[in-house]
Design a binder for this molecule. Structure first.
Ligand SMILES: C[S@@+](CC[C@H](N)C(=O)[O-])C[C@H]1O[C@@H](n2cnc3c(N)ncnc32)[C@H](O)[C@@H]1O
Length: 353
């Protein structure tokens, strides 16, 4: 089996503060992968049976088969990357490029990544013009024919390169979000009742599906109403449950049906399109609620936050992995907009005719 320093090891990116939690998660779920921290925010692990398709909640991004590369100049970087792309990616299929720095502060590393990307383009223009034409720039989930090259610079002259030919990025889409470094800028909207709305926007982007006009939602723990605000703005009908009322304008919104009461006792009259749940509760209660809604077929899509006090209960998140085989899409992540929370985002396989 390759050791953690082998060139075939995966590299996981997390927020620097989450490094210990990601290491613990890997040690718990894949002890043979011998996870170790390369630097704060970068963890390597080797999987003898291939990279798992299920996500690690504390990993923000995954680089399959990440190879360490040293390159003294932009030209050498391009010479290390372009030939490997050219031999791995088919001419006729789209591919994406994610290059980003994981060192220093400010914009110097970003500029270097742009220069490396331009130099790679120059090389491809000479060797593989057709391949360059299929370079795509998108934040949508990976399609089965899309390939991905990721480069994370750990200094101006060193980094990790990961070349994932199709259908890898699609197959690992639960673990490889289609955003550079897995980072999604936190949205802002001064008209929303609170900043919580950013979590739902991020969840939609991660799933690659937004709440649609005419869909039905149940929003548990809805007050003051940011998630309800987002769903109603999309033209969905929302049943919002909380012990406290929503902001006044939402209470009057004809698309919103507010029910005062206990989120954990609420049962829908009929299955809905979306369960949205941001209730403040012990993590096991929110996990059980997500599992129950899935089990009962009460919603087609779930967005449920799991809130923590401290870090002792993070291993409880593993129970949510049981949902994955029943889903067409499954994500379990600490959102960029989350504080001490994680979020399960899932589309269930249809049980309806
Ligand atoms: C973080 S806030 C939700 C914010 C909301 N998602 C938004 O976008 O504005 C959590 C909410 O859960 C509610 N809550 C806590 N326990 C509850 C329960 N058992 N039943 C209903 N609501 C509950 C609280 O009243 C609070 O409004």
């Amino acid at each position: 089996m390759p050791g953690p320093d082998s060139t075939a090891a995966a590299l996981f990116v997390c927020s620097p503060e989450d490094t210990a939690f990601l290491l613990a998660e890997l040690q718990r779920r894949a002890p043979a992968s011998q996870p170790h921290a390369h630097a704060p925010g970068l963890v390597r692990a080797a999987f003898a049976d291939g990279l798992p398709e299920l996500p690690f909640a504390f990993a923000r991004q995954t680089l399959p088969d990440a190879t360490p590369v040293d390159a003294a100049s932009i030209r050498v970087w391009a010479e290390s990357i372009a030939p490997r792309l050219a031999e791995s990616f088919p001419d006729a299929q789209p591919w994406r490029r994610h290059f980003w720095p994981h060192y220093g502060t400010g914009t110097a590393g970003n500029h270097r990544c742009e220069l490396i990307a331009e130099a790679v383009d120059d090389q491809l223009r000479r060797r593989r013009r057709h391949l360059l034409r299929r370079l795509a720039d998108s934040g949508t989930p990976f399609a089965p024919d899309e390939s991905l090259v990721q480069l994370v610079l750990t200094s101006p002259e060193s980094g990790f390169l990961s070349i994932a030919p199709a259908p890898g990025p699609h197959r690992w889409r639960a673990a490889i979000p289609p955003f550079v470094g897995g980072w999604i800028p936190v949205a802002s909207d001064k008209s929303a009742p609170s900043r919580a709305f950013a979590k739902l926007l991020e969840a939609e982007r991660r799933l690659g599906r937004a709440i649609a006009p005419g869909e039905t939602c149940v929003d548990l723990g809805a007050s003051p109403g940011s998630w309800t605000y987002v769903a109603a703005a999309r033209g969905a009908r929302v049943t919002s449950v909380d012990r406290s009322p929503l902001r006044d304008d939402l209470m009057r919104n004809p698309l919103v049906d507010f029910r005062q009461g206990d989120a954990f006792r609420f049962e829908p009259d009929a299955p809905v399109d979306w369960l949205l749940c941001d209730v403040i509760a012990a993590p096991q209660r929110s996990i059980d609620l997500a599992l129950e809604w899935a089990e009962r077929g009460w919603a087609r899509h779930l967005v449920v936050t799991i809130k923590f006090k401290g870090s002792d209960e993070y291993p409880l998140l593993d129970a949510l992995l049981a949902l994955a085989p029943r889903c067409t899409d499954f994500r379990l992540a600490r959102l960029c907009a989350n504080k001490n929370e994680a979020c399960v985002i899932a589309s269930l396989k249809s049980s309806r005719p």
